[in-house]
Design a protein around this ligand. Structure first.
Ligand SMILES: Nc1ncnc2c1ncn2[C@@H]1O[C@H](COP(=O)(O)OP(=O)(O)OP(=O)(O)O)[C@@H](O)[C@H]1O
Ligand SMILES: [Mg+2]
Length: 334
């Protein structure tokens, strides 16, 4: 439904995006994930129409919209900073786009009440000034203002980044529910891997002006295609020559000891598993978060981390010896 075709985007001489090729399907929740400065916002802006690419085409429903003005694209956008009008009421903020479209007053009112109901904005809040709302409430208003225009596509640029951790998780769930309910094709930008994994139908992992991998959360996590993706999407251990040699010896495997082996930290376990390599380490650090403890071990001169579910009695101290078991299928090399 949305197609980025051989897109190149420049700021002067600087190429912010190189040869972007992507297809986003109707109704999909699609996420641009990547570290700061990798080109996520830039790519989103090319779709919304704030930036004209120096090469390539943006196609929506088979129509080339590369040069179409923003206001003719019917794409809703929520910015990271919300960009609300602080001195106006919530009601007037949401009404803004509808007034620009010169809709009759009654219809504007009906649409606002409908969207407020969906996004859980109360009548009392509608009458308040935006500046009198909390971050989470303002976030809702920004979303309402975009959705009330019934856009064909919804673009959200780090919409939850200003919220505290708990609220972010609540809003994440709500956003997902709302997107499902509305069935609206959604492009979501974030640098938070957990947000991307929990929300998305598919993810594109960006790195420095390129896309490294496109796939479902499950694929991106379990079948990472590059070291960058593997590292960015989760917590990993990097296994060096000595550990890999030991693994090869124990399992008869053929990992290339000249290259790093990667294993997700939750795949390393401290209970015996058949057909797994055993490596022994000493606890150097432990980080307890209630549900899990993250242990850092020193193994053969290198650092290896692993997670342990809190069962209420097993709790290693610093300096204790631990045997870790790692399976052959969990070690990745690129
Ligand atoms: N208006 C601009 N003029 C010049 N360079 C820009 C401009 N906007 C962005 N850039 C550069 O383009 C690159 C991509 O920026 P972009 O804003 O797309 O990154 P991002 O992935 O959205 O990062 P973040 O997660 O920090 O928002 C960066 O190197 C940035 O410095
Ligand atoms: Mg950005």
């Amino acid at each position: 439904m949305i197609k980025f075709e051989n897109i190149e985007i420049r700021y002067g001489d600087f190429i912010a995006m190189n040869n972007l090729n992507l297809e986003i399907r109707e109704g999909e929740f699609f996420t641009f994930l990547g570290p700061s400065g990798c080109g996520k916002t830039t790519s989103l802006r090319a779709l919304v129409g704030f930036i004209i690419p120096s090469k390539g085409k943006v196609i929506v429903d088979g129509k080339d919209i590369t040069n179409l003005p923003v206001e003719n694209r019917n794409i809703g956008m929520v910015f990271q900073s919300y960009a609300l009008f602080p001195t106006m009421t919530v009601y007037d903020n949401i009404a803004f786009g509808l007034k620009v479209k010169k809709l009759p007053k009654q219809e504007i009112d009906r649409k606002i009440r409908e969207v407020a109901g969906k996004i859980k904005i109360t009548d009392e809040q509608l009458r308040k000034n935006v500046s009198a709302l909390s971050g989470g409430q303002q976030q809702r208003v920004a979303l309402a203002r975009a959705i009330v225009l019934e856009p064909r596509i919804l673009c959200l640029d780090e919409p939850l980044s200003n919220l505290d951790a708990k609220l972010r998780i609540d809003m994440r769930l709500e956003l997902k529910r709302l997107q499902k309910e509305l069935g609206i094709t959604t492009l979501y930008v974030t640098h938070d891997q957990e947000e991307a994994l929990t929300l998305s139908d598919r993810i594109a992992v960006f790195n420095n002006g390129y896309i490294e991998q496109v796939g479902t959360p499950y694929e991106i996590y379990n079948e990472s295609e590059s070291e960058f993706v593997c590292d960015f999407i989760g917590d990993i251990n990097c296994l060096g020559e000595e550990i890999l040699s030991s693994v090869n010896e124990q399992l008869g495997s053929h990992f290339d000891i000249a290259k790093t082996g990667f294993v997700r930290i939750e795949r390393c376990v401290d209970e015996y598993k058949p057909d797994h390599a055993k490596i022994t380490g000493i606890v150097t650090e432990r980080e307890f978060n209630g549900v899990l403890t993250k242990y850092t071990l020193s193994c053969m001169g290198q650092t290896v981390k692993y997670l342990e579910k809190n069962d209420g009695y097993k709790y290693y101290k610093e300096g204790e010896k631990v045997n870790l078991y790692i399976g052959r299928q969990d070690i990745m090399q690129f």
